[in-house]
Ligand binder design. Sequence first.
Ligand code: ZN
Length: 147
Amino acid sequence: MDNALRELYQEVILDHSRHPRHYGAMEGASHKADGYNPLCGDRVTIYLKLGDDGRVADIAFEGKGCAISQASASMMTDLLKGRTREDAEKLMEGFLHLVKGEDAPGLSDDDRETLEVMGGISEFPMRVKCATLAWHTYKNAVEEGAT
Ligand code: ZN
């Protein structure tokens, strides 16, 4: 990755960690889960409203931890709001490939561009769990977090 691109990605990550999107507890969430990354001490809570049509009607998060973990949660909420659960599943799968430095064939160009911002983390294997925490927590909320 060239330096200009790396700097741009750092900007985007810093912006999300300083001004997180969809931040705060949600009233009337249909699903909720807490996530913890013991390697770094990151905490994330994901709140969801799943619509009857299978879409993520609303999503929010709260958390504490390193910039990567919080920026990743912020980006994820931006990306998942309004998507179907199937779409969300594909995005997660693609993201998990990107952070390992692998190709992610299932993603649209737009989604890939958004997720690649975090893809640079593959150069820092110790931080991968920071970047994936929010996504695993989202999955737990959907599967086991009905309130
Ligand atoms: Zn972290």
